[in-house]
Design a protein around this ligand. Structure first.
Ligand code: MG
Length: 279
C-alpha cells in the first residue's frame, strides 16, 4: 500500500512537471501565416499559393521552415487559432503540414508532425455583439479554453490583431502592421490593385515579408532570456517586443532587424548538408 502511494505520488509529480515544461505557441492564420491574395499576384508568382474554393491564399515567407524549426525545439507545442471556419482552417493547415513534413523528410506516418490544437470560429469568446465594433473587438481567442493544461507563463498567441482574451493580454505576441500580398516590390501590379495595407518603402516591405522569421528570432531569444534569468518565457517576450508603456515596438526599432537576422541565421543551420549541395 505504501509502495503504491509512493508510485502514485511520483506519477503525479512527473505529470505535473511535464505540464510545466511545455511552451505553447499559438499562431493566428489570416494576415499572420497566410496572405489572402488575388489572381494576378498568384499567377505572377505561384510560390506558396493555395486555393480553397474561390479563395486564394499565399503562405507567409518561410512559414513551413519556421514551424518545422519550432516543432523541433524541446518542450514546444505548436497550435493554431483562427476566427475562420474550421473546414477552411483545417484545409489550409493540411497543406502547410504537407510542406512541413516534406521538409522534415521523415516520411514515416507515425512520426509525421501535426498541430497540437486547432481553434476556429466556434472556439472564439464573444465579448460583445455590437456590430459597429471591429471583429477583434467583439471576439477573443481564449488560450486557456483551447489548451486546458496551458501554463500562461509559458505561452504566446502570435497574431496581427489584438485577440487576447481578458486576463491573457500579456500572452499576445503582436505582429507589427501587416500588408497585403506583394510578392514583388518592383512589380507595378500591386500599386493599382486597390489593396488595403501597403508598405511605405522597400525596407518596410522586405521586413514585413520576413514577419514569421522575426517570430522565430523573438521566440528563441525569449527562451534564452527566460533560461538565464528568473523571468518567465511570456514575460521575456513582452520585454523583447514592447516598449515600457506596453505598446508594440515598431519595425524601425533596432531590435526588430536584429531579431529577423537571428531568425534567418537559425533557419540556415536547419538546412541539411545535402540541401546545401543542391543550392
Ligand atoms: Mg489575423
Amino acid at each position: 500500500m505504501k509502495r503504491l502511494a509512493v508510485f502514485l505520488l511520483l506519477t503525479l509529480a512527473s505529470v505535473h512537471s511535464n505540464r510545466a515544461q511545455a511552451t505553447d505557441l499559438v499562431f493566428d492564420l489570416d494576415w499572420t501565416l497566410i496572405y489572402s491574395t488575388r489572381e494576378a499576384a498568384a499567377t505572377a508568382d505561384p510560390k506558396g499559393v493555395v486555393r480553397y474554393g474561390s479563395e486564394i491564399y499565399r503562405f507567409s515567407e518561410d512559414a513551413a521552415r519556421v514551424l518545422l524549426f519550432l516543432h523541433r525545439l524541446p518542450g514546444v507545442r505548436v497550435s493554431f487559432f483562427s476566427g475562420g471556419e474550421r473546414e477552411r482552417n483545417e484545409f489550409v493547415l493540411g497543406k502547410l503540414y504537407e510542406e512541413i513534413n516534406r521538409l522534415s523528410g521523415t516520411g514515416d506516418e507515425t512520426h509525421r508532425l501535426q498541430p497540437y490544437r486547432i481553434g476556429s470560429a466556434q472556439d472564439l469568446h464573444v465579448i460583445s455583439t455590437d456590430t459597429s465594433k471591429h471583429f477583434a473587438e467583439r471576439n477573443k481567442k481564449p488560450l486557456k479554453k483551447l489548451i486546458p493544461d496551458i501554463d500562461l507563463q509559458d505561452a504566446v498567441l502570435i497574431d496581427d490583431s489584438d485577440f487576447a482574451d481578458p486576463g491573457e493580454e500579456r500572452n499576445l505576441l503582436r505582429l507589427v502592421q501587416t500588408f497585403d500580398d506583394i510578392p514583388s516590390y518592383a512589380s507595378p501590379e500591386w500599386r493599382t490593385a486597390g489593396l488595403q495595407e501597403t508598405p511605405t518603402s522597400r525596407d518596410d516591405w522586405k521586413l514585413e515579408r520576413k514577419k514569421i522569421v522575426w517570430v522565430l528570432g523573438v521566440v528563441t531569444q525569449a527562451r534564452e532570456l527566460a533560461a538565464r534569468t528568473s523571468i518567465s518565457f511570456t514575460e521575456a517576450v513582452v520585454r523583447l517586443t514592447r516598449n515600457p508603456q506596453g505598446g508594440t515596438l515598431g519595425r524601425t526599432a533596432p531590435s526588430y532587424a536584429a531579431q529577423v537576422t537571428r531568425g534567418l541565421k537559425l533557419l540556415r543551420t536547419q538546412i541539411s548538408p545535402c540541401d546545401r549541395l543542391l543550392k
